[in-house]
Design a protein around this ligand. Structure first.
Ligand code: LCS
Length: 393
């Protein structure tokens, strides 16, 4: 009889965990670079794959393994590949799946460096890319070429909160024999599981909601099957962008509370988004939990909740936005997102500043756009802080 799958919150606590010799309740940190073989035959068997055994931490390690199994289970995938950072995951995917002459289609408003590295560096190796509004199937179909190999989706996109229909993209990709990759950083598997919609690969910046405490940088890739994992894992190992065991321990510790953190931050975000939308100094707000979001219905179909990321445009653009950021006291003026503390930032001058102006504008990243990553404080205190800062404008 097939073993019954646990539900999501039980997986968060138990998936990937293993019993060590002392009965530790948490996963021990195997802070070692290498592992002792019992004898020459055992060493040879570990390398040939005839026996399971750890060899060297860049290849794998029990603490990292536990995290990889945990996130793979949360995403309903085959296996995880932990990386040193979210960008480590991005580069592993690009390097493993693309070759000279290939083409990639991506969401226009992706995290800035995911686009910058492709346009400035992978282009040197003969790889081309197109950035389109992937929420529009026509735009995707227009961009497809015979050599298109990857459809790379970030939804909701950083920082515009534009949403792409995952089922629609998986359908188009299947018809054209294209690999689908989703950056699920903004949602986490608590709210959205792209592999369930037919995607081939999902990845995260663990730095954000998965870890949730703004105290490590990390990434993880989950493939739908062994064939895909076999393409990606050797690249991570040979690029050397592996995770460290201590980082993996911190990520596992943070992940245990993913649902409770995200649900609370999301409740706060709903209140804050409503406050911002009704404020006379705010031009517009994009938040999947507001009926004014252009893809409100789609968000309800594919996301289990609207999440904790909000973007909004101040009336009087950049100068008003800067004044707001200079006057908040509780909201922290900092990049990154997905932690327990509320962070506020200005994408055009910070996270997306290395993108050229034309690409930024095409992606909808206006000069006055402000991004808020809502934390788990009391919503009334965050609202008071924003209200006070608005008065200074
Ligand atoms: N994907 C998304 C959607 C991200 O937001 C980030 C980082 C990455 C990938 C890269 O992950 P990292 O290497 O930093 O772990 N986003 C950041 C942001 O919005 N502010 O600072 C970093």
């Amino acid at each position: 009889m097939k073993k019954k799958d646990n539900h999501f919150n039980t997986k968060l606590i138990h998936s990937g965990m293993f019993d060590d010799q002392f009965g530790s309740a948490t996963v021990p940190i195997y802070q070692t670079s290498t592992f002792k073989f019992r004898n020459a035959d055992h060493g040879a068997a570990c390398f040939s794959g005839d026996t399971d055994g750890y060899i060297y931490t860049r290849l794998n390690n029990p603490t990292i393994d536990a995290l990889e199994k945990l996130v793979a289970d949360l995403e309903n995938g085959f296996r995880g590949i932990a990386t040193s950072s979210g960008m480590g995951a991005v580069n592993t995917i690009y390097s493993a799946l693309l070759k000279k002459g290939d083409h990639m289609i991506s969401t226009a408003a992706v995290y800035g460096p995911s686009r910058v590295i492709m346009e400035r560096h992978y282009s040197k190796y003969g790889i081309e890319s197109s950035y389109v509004d992937t929420s529009d199937p026509e735009k995707i179909l227009e961009a497809i070429r015979p050599e298109t190999r990857i459809l790379y989706i970030e939804t909701p996109a950083n920082p515009t909160m534009a949403i792409t229909d995952l089922e629609m993209v998986a359908g188009i990709a299947r018809q054209h024999g294209i690999i689908t990759v989703a950056d699920n950083t903004f949602c986490s598997p608590h709210l959205q599981r792209p592999l369930d919609f037919g995607f081939d690969v999902v990845f995260h910046s663990i730095t954000k909601f998965l870890n949730g405490h703004a105290d490590i940088v990390g990434g993880i890739i989950v493939s739908k099957n062994k064939e895909m994992d076999d393409q990606l894992r050797p690249m991570m190992i040979n690029l050397g962008c592996n995770m460290d065991p201590h980082q993996a321990y911190m990520a596992i510790r943070g992940l245990k509370t993913l649902s409770v953190r995200m649900d609370r931050a999301q409740d706060n975000a709903v209140e804050i988004a409503r406050f911002l939308e009704s404020h006379p100094k705010v031009d517009w707000v994009k938040y999947p939990g507001l009926p004014s979001h252009p893809q409100y219905e789609l968000s309800q179909k594919q996301m289990a909740g609207p999440g904790a990321m909000i973007c909004f445009e101040m009336k009087n653009g950049l100068s008003a936005g800067k004044k707001l950021m200079d006057n908040v006291k509780l909201c922290m003026l900092a990049v990154s997102l997905g932690g327990v503390e509320t962070l506020i930032q200005h994408p055009a001058s910070m996270t997306h500043s290395k993108m050229d102006r034309q690409s930024r504008e095409q992606a909808g990243i206006t000069d006055g756009l402000v991004r808020l990553s809502v934390g788990i404080e009391d919503a009334s205190d965050i609202i008071d802080d924003l209200e006070c800062a608005m008065r200074s404008i």
